[in-house]
Design a protein around this ligand. Structure first.
Ligand SMILES: Cc1cc2nc3c(=O)[nH]c(=O)nc-3n(C[C@H](O)[C@H](O)[C@H](O)COP(=O)(O)OP(=O)(O)OC[C@H]3O[C@@H](n4cnc5c(N)ncnc54)[C@H](O)[C@@H]3O)c2cc1C
Length: 241
């Protein structure tokens, strides 16, 4: 992965616990690629909104989509400033005092200006990329989107202008007042794991003997498999150039 970094500005510089901050593409992309859900922050007439949405990444660009009528997508259409945040919960940190409890996490805040992709072909390519990012090689096997489906779908693109990653991956902060206090202290690791696939028999997959899509296997950690899918897709894109 590239050693390139994002410009550090007053907007993006991590002020609280700066030791936990990073601005290089490798750190930022690793966190973005390990998850699927972002929270998009934007302001309409002075009112802040933070909307959870699925997203995907292509280089330094982030994309998300929805119904053309969605307020979020409409208000972001004209280059509105947006902040896209992702966070992964990695652990609960329990200390002998309430004040020293904490959370282990990986998170990214990315800043940029959103714009609507209006060209239908560009939209189709972007949406295929969403499928490919999640399930490498799958888009070409699917029923193509109709013009109506494309027309009903808005796709937003945001080039990342600045981004910061922030990671806490630590134990309990032991302060003298807490040592020896009779309360359990330590870290409870937290993971999201893939459950047992349930094939939809109405659609014929079972009758056709089709396998569940790689690289997702029951019991695997979702973040690692999402990152693997993204890496596979990047390799495929490079090979096809
Ligand atoms: C799952 C999770 C739970 C958290 N719980 C708490 C909590 O309970 N209380 C608490 O105080 N903090 C919590 N944090 C940390 C929180 O996100 C902020 O980093 C912290 O509150 C400092 O905020 P600030 O605005 O003062 O940051 P500043 O350091 O002033 O922010 C300046 C810039 O640093 C970058 N930055 C700041 N925070 C983050 C971040 N998390 N990820 C990526 N870039 C960042 C951004 O570019 C931001 O514009 C949590 C984080 C996560 C991911």
């Amino acid at each position: 992965m590239s050693e390139a970094g994002f410009e550090i500005t007053e907007r993006s510089r991590v002020m609280r616990q700066p030791i936990r901050g990073a601005y290089d593409e490798a750190s930022v992309f690793a966190i973005l690629d390990a998850t699927l859900i972002a929270h998009v922050g934007y302001v309409i007439d002075g009112q802040p909104f933070v909307t959870p949405t699925a997203f995907w990444r292509d280089g330094r660009k982030l994309y998300w989509h929805g119904a053309v009528a969605a307020r979020m997508l409409n208000s972001l259409a004209d280059g509105a400033p947006a902040c896209v945040t992702v966070s992964l919960l990695d652990g609960l940190v329990l200390a002998p005092s309430g004040f020293k409890h904490s959370i282990n996490y990986r998170s990214v805040m990315a800043f940029g200006r959103a714009r609507l992709i209006s060209d239908p072909e560009a939209k189709r390519v972007a949406l295929d990329r969403f499928i490919e990012r999640l399930y490498p090689g799958r888009a070409a096997t699917l029923r193509p989107a109709t013009d109506l489906e494309l027309a009903k779908t808005a796709v937003i693109e945001m080039r990342i202008e600045e981004a910061a990653a922030k990671v806490r991956n630590d134990g309990v902060m032991a302060i003298p007042e807490d040592i020896g206090w009779p309360a359990w202290a330590g870290v409870l690791p937290i993971e999201t794991r893939i459950g047992r696939p349930t094939a939809d028999v109405r659609l014929g997959a079972v009758a056709m003997g089709l396998a569940t899509p790689a690289p997702y296997a029951e019991g695997d950690g979702l973040d690692a498999r999402l990152a693997e899918a993204m890496a596979l897709e990047i390799d495929r894109a490079i090979e096809s150039v």
